[in-house]
Ligand binder design. Structure first.
Ligand code: XMP
Length: 319
């Protein structure tokens, strides 16, 4: 009978068979899929694997440090931490159109990833955490309607460009199975149960022009919101939760002073696959407490709203 332990052993055997003694590069995003793929491949071939983590400066509070310490210190996986935030944020200056932002980030990501990967001598394979639904989606989309809602961030085309063959050990798995495999591999629950995070990162949660100032405010507000959700034991009931900082400042009053700061929106949804979603029905107490905390703890925000749009017609992210 089928167990995840047996699946893991078989996956390891297949990776060894495919790769032989060649070197493998794996792009880490900090998400569950690429993390599980990396740890699995490392179990199979050890230091023949090098991970590349592109830090575009659009990550959440402490996220880069957490990823680096987990892979480098905990798992001893060779890891290149490519801190390219100056490059990304520089190129994004003055860019406010959502598709232009996505395309800028996607293009830079590929350039930067290639630059760092090219320095790994003798690499013959590129590992990806592609899941079964990704395989299906790319097939069914090719014959589907030609409306692009959002250009997704991916590294399609990169393997051919770099002359690398693909290793995709999660191709047969659904998300819940990837989480079970991660558990089997000993990844901490805090990592396995993480909400999805989009490739373009905080850029698409900062509608309009991105500035370092707005990103700093957004990171703090987002941290408080997630902290609230964890304290109320709601994290695992929610598919995804985050804050978006709005491109508008509003007037408020604090003590005996006037404030003129940014408004933000909380977003939290339930979903099965991200294709449709409903807003999470927080209690009014929870919402009130969260708004108070954000305004008290985060300088730069003086108004908090809750986004109650379902998908469709809304999308989960703001851009
Ligand atoms: P939307 O906003 O389209 O998002 O309702 C659906 C799910 O996809 C995530 N998302 C992305 N994930 N690259 C990703 O890897 C992207 O470019 C991207 N855009 C959106 C989003 O966070 C949600 O889980």
């Amino acid at each position: 009978d089928w167990t995840m332990a047996a699946y893991k052993d078989e996956a390891i055997r297949l990776i060894r068979e495919q790769v032989g003694d060649a070197k493998v590069i794996c792009g880490l995003s900090g998400g569950v899929d690429s993390s599980v793929a990396a740890v699995l491949i490392h179990e199979a071939i050890g230091d023949q694997l090098t991970c590349v983590f592109v830090d575009h400066g659009l990550l959440r509070q402490n996220e880069a440090e957490e990823v680096v310490s987990m892979f480098r210190d905990n798992y001893n996986i060779p890891l290149i931490h490519a801190d390219e935030s100056d490059l990304f944020l520089g190129e994004l200056e003055g860019v406010s159109d959502p598709e232009a932002k996505r395309k800028t980030i996607g293009r830079l990501f590929i350039d930067v990833f290639q630059k760092h990967a090219d320095r790994i001598e003798g690499a013959a394979f590129l590992a990806q955490g592609t899941l079964y639904p990704d395989v299906i989606e790319s097939v069914s989309f090719s014959g589907g309607p030609s409306v692009t809602i959002k250009s997704h961030h991916n590294v399609g085309g990169l393997p051919e460009k770099m002359g690398l063959k693909l290793v995709e050990p999660l191709r047969e798995l659904f998300k819940d199975e990837v989480r079970a495999l991660g558990q089997e591999l000993g990844l901490p629950q805090s990592f396995i149960g993480r909400h999805p995070f989009p490739g373009p990162g905080l850029a698409i949660r900062c509608p309009g022009e991105i500035t370092r100032d707005k990103l700093d405010i957004l990171r703090k507000a987002d941290w408080v919101f997630i902290d609230q959700i964890r304290k109320h034991n709601l994290y695992d009931e929610i598919w995804q939760a985050f804050v978006a900082i709005l491109p508008v400042r509003t007037v408020g009053v604090m003590g005996d002073g006037r404030t003129y700061d940014y408004a933000c929106a909380l977003r939290a949804v339930t979903s099965v696959d991200g294709m449709t979603a409903d807003y999470y029905p927080f209690s009014h107490d929870f919402l009130g407490e969260t708004a108070t905390r954000i305004i008290n703890e985060v300088r730069g925000i003086n108004r908090v709203t809750y986004d109650i749009t379902s998908k469709p017609p809304g999308t989960i992210e703001w851009e």
